[in-house]
Structures are given as C-alpha cells and as structure tokens.
Write a protein that binds this ligand. Structure first.
Ligand code: PEP
Length: 256
C-alpha cells in the first residue's frame, strides 16, 4: 500500500507579525527536506493579519505549504465588529481552519454550540475544519477523559453523516499538554485517537473511519517519530515548536 500522507500543522497563535511570517516561511522553504510534500502535508496557521502575506509568499515562491487559519466567525458577513468571516478566508486560499481550540474555549468563552456552528460554516465554504478536543488535568485525574472527548464530539458533529465526518480533521489535544512542555505518551495519544475514531464510526457510520486524527500538545522534533507510530495518529498539531523554521522543519523531517 502507498505510505499514508501525514498531516503536520503549525499553530502560530498570537506570534509573528507579517514580516516575521514572510521570513519564517522563506526559511521554512529552504529547510524543508526534498520531497517532503509527497509524504507530509504541511500546514501553517498564522494570525489573521499575516494571512495575505503568507498566501503571496507561498504562491510566489511555490512553497510546499498549505494555508490555515486559527479561528473564524460562523456568519458570512454582518455587524460583528472584530470578527473574520469564513468566505474571507476561503477567498484568501485558506484550506484548514482550527475550531474549538482549548484557548478559544477557555479564554474566549467559545461554547459547544458556537463550535458546532463555526464548524458548519467552515465546511459550507469548502474549507476543512480542524476540530480540537481534549480533557483537562482534572478530568483526566477523575478518569473522565473518554466521557469528555465523547461529549465534545457529539456536540460539535451533531447531524453530520459519515462521509461529512470523513472529510474532517480532529485534533486530540489534552489541555494539560498544551504549551506546558508535558507531552502525552505515544500510548496515551494512540489510545485517545483510537477511541475518537471508534466513537465517530459508532455515531456517524463506517465512512467516518477515514477521518484524519492529529495529536497536539508540546510536540517537539524529538517526540515526533514515536507519536506518529500510533496507528490512529495521522498527524500532529504543533504550537511552540512550529514558530521557528528550524524546529518545524525538523518535525516535518521526522514525520517523513
Ligand atoms: C496548540 O496550540 O495546539 C499546541 C499543541 O501548542 P504546543 O505545541 O505549544 O503545546
């Protein structure tokens, strides 16, 4: 069988202005190993103000990178000061949009209903939602990880059939591992991803098995290979280690 194409996504959060973005992408272009894009789909999720610069840099230089966004609103247009609409992102060539990241849920009050509406809006405009789910430290300690994951999936994906689910990306991001330097063990990441895939098949039908699952939480070049050994782990969502071209390229290299 053809080797699976791994997805490696870099979430830059609120880092890099548009000039730093151009510089980082140019350096990434130089550092990415030859032939990387045939084995690994590499996505960057810069801040909104950088998207146009990122798009032109990727296009002008023919870089093997795909454009992602970190967030959007669920309406197409209107009096929503400060928000960005999905069609604006689609017009810019954005392919992947994060939704339900724990920082949006925790710091900005994004609830399950908003996550579901945003996910639908992203799909409606032909982009791919990257739905983030994960348990907190307390939920983990209480043995409630699977219950939490199931509840987040149910709320976000209500009404979708298996085919629709198969086109999504779901990122398992244990909240206690994000930005903490604490990584889930490869066994824990695999177990959670296997649970998510099984749950999606149970709830949405057999086609849902083709959904792509990422692990996220303090991934580094050193932990990449082991994490990707899990048979249900199809890729990685990387925060801190994606900010510098050298470490992000090393993660892509390890993922090949
Ligand atoms: C993230 O922001 O999704 C993330 C996993 O961050 P970090 O890699 O920095 O933990």
């Amino acid at each position: 069988p053809a080797p699976r194409r791994v997805l490696v996504a870099g979430n830059w959060k609120m880092h890099h202005d548009h000039l730093e973005t151009i510089r980082t992408l140019q350096e990434l272009g130089l550092r990415l190993p030859e032939g990387a894009s045939s084995r690994v789909e590499v996505v960057v999720h810069p801040p909104f103000t950088d998207l146009r610069s990122a798009q032109t840099t990727i296009e002008d230089r023919g870089l093997p990178l795909v454009l992602g966004a970190q967030h959007c609103y669920h309406q197409d247009a209107g009096a929503f000061t400060g928000e960005v609409a999905p069609p604006m992102l689609a017009r810019l060539g954005v392919r992947y949009v994060l939704v339900g990241h724990s920082e949006r849920r925790r710091l900005f009050g994004q609830d399950d209903q908003q996550v579901a509406a945003t996910l639908q809006a992203i799909r409606r405009h032909g982009m791919v939602p990257v739905l983030c789910v994960g348990e907190t430290e307390e939920e983990r300690a209480a043995g409630a990880t699977e219950e939490r994951l199931a509840a987040q999936l149910t709320a976000a994906l209500a009404g979708l059939d298996g085919e629709a689910v198969s086109a999504l990306v779901v990122a398992y991001e244990p909240v206690w591992a994000i930005g903490t330097g604490q990584t889930a063990t490869p066994e824990d990441a695999q177990a959670a991803c296997a649970f998510i895939r099984g749950r999606l098949v149970e709830a949405h039908g057999p086609e849902a098995a083709a959904v792509r699952l990422l692990y996220g939480g303090s991934v580094t070049p050193e932990t990449t290979l082991e994490l990707l050994r899990g048979r249900d782990v199809d890729g990685l969502l990387v925060g801190g280690a994606s900010l510098r071209a050298d470490s992000f390229a090393a993660i892509v290299q390890a993922a090949m």
